[in-house]
Write a protein that binds this ligand. Structure first.
Ligand SMILES: NC(=O)c1ccc[n+]([C@@H]2O[C@H](COP(=O)([O-])OP(=O)(O)OC[C@H]3O[C@@H](n4cnc5c(N)ncnc54)[C@H](OP(=O)(O)O)[C@@H]3O)[C@@H](O)[C@H]2O)c1
Length: 312
């Protein structure tokens, strides 16, 4: 690739991103705006959503704000319906990419979403499965779904040192149940679920939609740790200033590239990219039986929340 401009997709069309209001999502949104995409910003209504929409418009993008609290599956369904309406009316260009960026890391695994599911699992995983399921028929090929994962699904030296627990898989119906558990484990489990989901989604999505997973690198000091004790948050902010550490400003454009750049056009099958490097996931993250079961359990959880809805 000789220059960034030659690596860009000729026609980025419309890109939907969740969690555009701050940090990784905000910087990805601004990078997408600079790349000429129409943008559908799916986030909680309020001044942060308005501000990022304004900043993207200032870069020349056509932007629609879609108010949605991802901890409410009814909101997610309404957001998907709003997207389908915009596409059907021709108000935006064809949908070419969806970036599932929004995330939360609730320290208290007893906290539940509006639908009664464990909050971290509900926002990081279930809401995106609902949104993508409702929009799967709305993409124009070639299209991409880029999920945001995290290496926390498995342990390493640093994560042990920082007491970040690795995923401990259980049946997804259990993972969705609010219960007293180890702080952080729900996040690691949700991110492992995203890897399993990515593999299974590719099998359901057909040839026209490529599925991949992006890992932005550890970005200490973002709002992801907003539930953590104040001292831990202060350490995070300090580490965020260490030269060379990942930051939303640096990783956002890398995520935008995954969504629209020609360089990543052939990435599929849930390929895992850490910043700019495709890496093989740990063997625990590839498991056909768990992937099949996650899909079936997801359908069950979503239909329980909305019996009138089908999950593809
Ligand atoms: N930080 C890291 O080190 C790291 C490492 C690996 C992967 N990641 C992943 O990168 C992604 C972005 O993380 P970040 O560090 O930028 O986190 P962040 O600063 O906490 O931003 C999270 C985004 O998700 C949105 N969000 C959370 N709950 C929501 C809900 N119920 N409804 C709608 N939107 C909601 C937030 O919206 P509000 O502004 O409304 O709160 C915000 O825009 C996440 O998927 C995270 O898991 C982060």
């Amino acid at each position: 690739m000789t220059s960034t401009s030659t690596s860009r997709s000729a026609e980025p069309g419309t890109v939907l991103i969740t969690g555009p209001t701050r940090n990784l999502g905000r910087h990805t949104t601004l990078a997408l705006a600079s790349r000429g995409a129409d943008l559908l910003l799916v986030g909680r209504a309020g001044p942060d959503l308005t501000a990022v929409a304004g900043a993207a418009r200032a870069r020349g993008a056509r932007v629609h704000e879609i108010a949605c609290d991802l901890s409410r599956l009814a909101d997610v369904r309404a957001a998907a319906a709003a997207v389908r309406d915009l596409l059907a009316a021709g108000t935006v260009r064809p949908l070419r990419a969806l970036v599932a960026n929004a995330g939360v890391m609730s320290a208290d695994t007893r906290r539940a979403s509006a639908d009664g599911y464990e909050l971290t699992f509900a926002v990081n995983y279930l809401a995106h499965a609902r949104l993508i399921g409702d929009l799967l028929g709305s993409f124009t090929a070639p299209a991409r779904v880029v999920l945001v994962g995290s290496n926390t699904y498995r342990a390493n030296f640093w994560r042990r040192l920082l007491h970040v627990p690795e995923a401990k898989w259980a049946d997804p119906i259990e993972l969705a149940r609010p219960a007293a558990g180890v702080s952080g484990i729900a996040y690691s489990n949700a991110k492992l679920a995203i890897l399993y989901y990515a593999h299974e989604l590719q099998r359901h999505a057909g040839g026209g939609v490529n599925v991949s997973v992006f890992e932005p690198g550890w970005m200490p000091g973002t709002a992801l740790g907003r539930d953590a004790p104040a001292a831990v948050q202060a350490i995070g902010r300090a580490l965020g200033r260490v030269p060379g550490v990942s930051t939303p400003r640096r990783s956002g454009p890398l995520l935008a590239a995954m969504a629209v750049d020609e360089k990543w056009a052939r990435l599929r099958d849930g390929a895992f990219v850490v910043k700019t490097k495709p890496v093989d996931v740990h063997p625990v993250a590839v498991d056909r039986e768990r992937e099949r079961r996650l899909w079936a359990a997801t359908a069950e959880l979503l239909e329980r929340a909305d019996p009138a809805s089908a999950f593809p």
